[in-house]
Design a protein around this ligand. Sequence first.
Ligand code: MG
Length: 303
Amino acid sequence: MEKILIVDDSTVQAAQLKSILDADYDITIAQTAEKGLSYASSEDYSLILLDVVMPGMDGFMLLKRLQEEIITRSIPVILITSLSDIENEQRGFTLGAVDYIAKPFHPIIVQARVNTHVKLYKYRKQVEQQSVTDQLTGIANRRQYERYSKSKWDEITRLHLPFSICMFDIDYFKVYNDTFGHPAGDKVITTVAGTLSANLQRATDFVARYGGEEFIAILVGDEAKDVFRHVKHIKQKIENLHIPHNPSVSKWVTVSAGGVTVVPKKDDQYHTYLKIADTMLYDAKRYGRNQVVWFGDDMKQWR
Ligand SMILES: [Mg+2]
């Protein structure tokens, strides 16, 4: 059931709205704008019904605050008011309200407007989700990676922190597909993606499907030796899944990984380091696969 937040200082009015919507939605009531703001930023609401006239912070002020916060910005807000004059409506729309409901309430109109905006919100969420997610594996897709890597690189350059790029590739994947068929190959890709993302779980860890059987991870804040150790650990975890491969090439499904850690300076280019990570991956393959090759901060190749 979708969750709706009602922010209204009048208990009677809030109860009235709740009774109109209770059958279809999970309703929370906040009696002050401050409480409304704190609920809105801690729970997932699909819609906010917001009273304009309240003591202290009023509906317009709260609406402005909701629009300023990244996590509450996208929640649709319907304003409730008896001031159904043009000027206030205009002000509400300017501040980002999606609709207006005037008192006294007509249950059918309230339900219709609420249903419409909740539906639109759900649809928009779904589209946003699909456009950044890889269909097969459910992890981030290439497009999301392009966006993320660029913004993260700029941020980390300003902060002078270590930035690691790591590329993974499933070993002898073509042989696997030829031996076991494409559906089985898809399963392997999904399993490897799941293992990667389960082991890259910090808020700043990022992993995406780069294409085919290739993945890319971006890790910030940790020193080269720690990232190198962590990636080796992940590589081992994948081997330990013991997914049988074609025995003529390998006993189990394994991955090769190549990466680099850099504290980027102002004129450094992301793609220069991406190229280094790619070269390390190439070397990991060349040295016999199922291993991690890192371009260390001593300018040496770590294996
Ligand atoms: Mg009021």
